[in-house]
Design a protein around this ligand. Structure first.
Ligand SMILES: [Zn+2]
Length: 301
């Protein structure tokens, strides 16, 4: 646990992650702890002065330490309503790895890769100790002077917390990494469309500074948002260029876009990311979805 005092009266707590990007930031501002890390080790939460805990989104590196942080401090946990519903569905159920693997099969992922995802999923899920029954937050809710803004995309129920001109941004906006935007079973149908709108919204909100879950604070949020929009426009064009009259699965398109060399975990993100772009292209009239619920494929329109 590395602790650092930043401007705006913010304490940044950086916790290690076993996988890339190898660290995650939590922030403490006037008694509110934003995000809780993945839940490995035992951060000394009781030494930081925490009165309430706020979660930006349910991904393991943000929510996995929530139960422990709440237990150590006695603080109430606040989480987005949609985000908590998805959190329970994914980390609170035993059959999620099987459901997601079955869904990947319908998108052309070969059986051995799907099987490996199931095994890893089961091994992983038991570590994610989110806090049960949090106080639920919605667009325009308020928490100790912070206004809640829904910023769907990287996660369907991703929240930003805005006070004055400071935005606690979770993984919505990162300085060096492009946040992953994937389609998953039971997720909103057009996550990339959601995300592009959330980026436009960020430009309108015009925060002076964004404190992200990974990497350094972002001082020109509008410029970074525009860069990421541009990145996805280019990737949409690239994927559009891969489509032709012959039906291809999301898996096949992901190989054309991300290459053949990925391990199962990276392939999972590559397929989900490819699918979010394919679904956006369908809505833009630049792709067609064909097949049925057992085998989904895409063609040029
Ligand atoms: Zn995330």
């Amino acid at each position: 646990m590395e602790r650092r005092e930043l401007s705006d009266g913010i304490t940044r707590i950086t916790l290690p992650l076993p996988t890339g990007p190898k660290h995650v930031h939590c922030y403490v501002i006037d008694g509110t702890l934003f995000d809780t890390g993945i839940g490995l080790g035992e951060p000394a939460w009781d030494e930081v002065g925490i009165e309430r805990i706020a979660i930006t989104h349910f991904h393991p590196d943000h929510v996995g330490g929530a139960e422990a942080a709440a237990a150590a401090t006695g603080a109430a946990v606040y989480q987005g309503a949609l985000d908590y519903a998805q959190c329970e569905r994914v980390w609170g159920s035993h059959d999620w790895p099987d459901r997601i693997a079955a869904w990947f099969l319908t998108h052309g992922v070969p059986e051995p890769i799907a099987q490996e995802l199931i095994e890893r999923g089961h091994a992983f899920a038991s570590f994610i100790r989110f806090a049960r029954d949090p106080e639920l937050l919605y667009e325009d809710s308020e928490l100790d002077g912070w206004r809640i803004v829904e910023l769907p995309g990287h996660a369907d129920g991703h929240l930003g917390f805005m006070r004055d001109d400071v935005l606690i941004g979770g993984d919505h906006l990162l300085a060096r990494i492009t946040p992953a935007v994937g389609l998953y079973p039971e997720s909103r149908p057009d996550p990339l469309g959601d995300y592009l709108r959330s980026l436009e919204r960020t430009i309108e909100l015009a925060p002076r500074i964004v404190y992200p879950g990974h990497g350094e604070p972002i001082e020109d949020a509008a410029a970074r948002a525009r860069e990421i929009i541009e990145h996805h426009r280019r990737r949409l064009d690239l994927i559009f260029g891969v489509l032709n009259p012959k039906p291809q699965s999301g898996y096949e398109v992901s190989r054309a876009v991300f290459g053949d060399e990925l391990g199962p975990a990276q392939r999972r993100f590559a397929v989900a990311e490819t699918l979010s772009h394919l679904e956006r292209l369908v809505r833009e009239g630049r792709a067609a979805r064909v097949g049925d619920a057992r085998a989904v494929t895409y063609t040029a329109p």
